[in-house]
Design a protein around this ligand. Structure first.
Ligand code: GDP
Ligand code: MG
Length: 162
């Protein structure tokens, strides 16, 4: 069985950056424009001899209409397809109402998920992560996707269960 890992979170948290780190492809559009990657995108990745599939998504913002609604649908479909979900949040922006609603959604779906606090480069990691404890998530990682920091350790722990 090849595990499928979905990357979800509101726009601009760094999902496509992490996707590219994991798949080492430049295919996903990484942009400073929130929500540019509008469709689900699949990539092949490998940890040692363990292959896995990563799904990049456009992001759930919590308040969806039009294109945003479409993107939320893509994220929901990715969550259904996934064996595990990496739920990304932005360490620099702190906890957001959209993060709360996505956490609630994931609990409802009964999907195993891990909270990933991204963009911890150059800031205090303990302060940054403590903001997210109120989400009540048991599994939390802190990374800097654009620097690759913490990424390998995170994926090793996520894949242990498969
Ligand atoms: P997405 O909308 O969730 O796919 O987010 P992107 O991957 O497109 O990233 C949004 C912005 O955050 C881009 O400008 C990235 O360069 C930046 N970014 C992503 N990861 C990091 C990180 O670890 N640290 C910092 N400082 N910026 C990051
Ligand atoms: Mg993206």
């Amino acid at each position: 069985m090849i595990p499928v890992i979905a990357l979800v979170g509101r726009p601009n948290v760094g999902k496509s950056t992490l996707f590219n780190q994991l798949t080492r492809s430049r295919d996903a559009l990484v942009a400073d424009f929130p929500g540019l990657t509008r469709d689900r995108k699949y990539g092949e990745a490998r940890l040692g001899d363990q292959p896995y599939v990563v799904i990049d998504t456009g992001g759930i913002s919590g308040d969806e209409e039009g294109i945003d609604h479409e993107m939320a649908g893509q994220s929901q479909a990715a969550i259904e397809e996934a064996d595990a979900v990496l739920f990304l949040v932005d360490a620099r922006e702190g906890l957001n109402a959209a993060d709360d609603s996505l956490a609630r959604y994931l609990r409802q779906r009964n999907k195993p998920f891990h909270l990933v606090v991204n963009k911890i480069d150059g800031i205090n990691e303990d302060v940054a992560t403590s903001d997210f404890y109120s989400l009540g998530v048991s599994s939390m990682f802190s990374i800097a996707a654009s620097h690759g920091r913490g990424v390998r350790q995170m994926i090793e722990e996520v894949l242990v269960e498969f």
